[in-house]
Design a protein around this ligand. Structure first.
Ligand SMILES: CC(C)(COP(=O)(O)OP(=O)(O)OC[C@H]1O[C@@H](n2cnc3c(N)ncnc32)[C@H](O)[C@@H]1OP(=O)(O)O)[C@@H](O)C(=O)NCCC(=O)NCCS
Length: 178
């Protein structure tokens, strides 16, 4: 069976023009439902601008087929510990389910270990977020734990799944694929 290639994308610094587009993405409940609690209320455009354009350690816009598709990167670096946390939001729903998230997580993880020299990348997702679960699994993340009933979404409590990837596991995985 033929496999469909994921769309070609670039990771670039966010620009001012991305701000209203990303604000519109976050205003869509289908996009925001599995994001943080503060995204469950209207996010002021000034906050979106501060997030996208303010000082950041490792934050990229995902550009795909000429459009701003979302954001990804690593935040909360702990240099003494060699760790940082992965994040991703593909706000343009036209790109969902086409392999963009899977491609972006692999690019960010590779940058984190190979260019930034991290030892460990952490992440988390709310349990019903199947797309997020799949991209983490396929990128090699291991489940570390579960925060039970950690968020209220769609009239019920949902668990948060904590995951991580160690550089040694990443190197072993990439060597095995060669
Ligand atoms: C979660 C997210 C990053 C996934 O990105 P994506 O580009 O859709 O992911 P991929 O296309 O690489 O999909 C990975 C797999 O998950 C599946 N998937 C994606 N979204 C899904 C969903 N809502 N329900 C079930 N499966 C889903 C895809 O079909 C694919 O499986 P397949 O290859 O067997 O078809 C993206 O949907 C997103 O940013 N959503 C909004 C914000 C968000 O939830 N961010 C993550 C917070 S932890």
């Amino acid at each position: 069976m033929a496999t469909i290639a994921p769309p070609i994308f670039v990771l670039r610094p966010p620009r001012e023009q991305d701000v209203p587009v990303y604000a519109a993405h976050l205003a869509d409940p289908e996009v925001s439902v599995w994001l943080e609690d503060r995204c469950q209320r209207p996010v002021p455009e000034a906050d979106v601008a501060a997030f996208l354009l303010g000082g950041a350690w490792c934050r990229w816009a995902i550009e795909c087929e000429g459009a701003f598709a979302g954001v990804t990167g690593l935040h909360y670096p702990d240099f003494s510990w060699g760790a940082a946390r992965f994040f991703i939001v593909i706000g343009d729903k036209r790109f969902w389910g086409r392999g963009l998230g899977g491609g972006a997580i692999k690019a960010v993880v590779s940058h984190g270990f190979m260019a930034l020299g991290l030892r460990k990348i952490t992440s988390d997702y709310l349990e019903p977020n199947h797309g997020s679960c799949t991209i983490h699994e396929r990128a090699g993340f291991t489940v570390e734990g579960r925060l039970r009933e950690d968020a209220w979404r769609q009239d019920r409590w949902v668990d948060r799944i904590l995951v991580s990837l160690l550089r040694d596991d990443y190197l072993a995985m990439t060597a095995a694929r060669r």
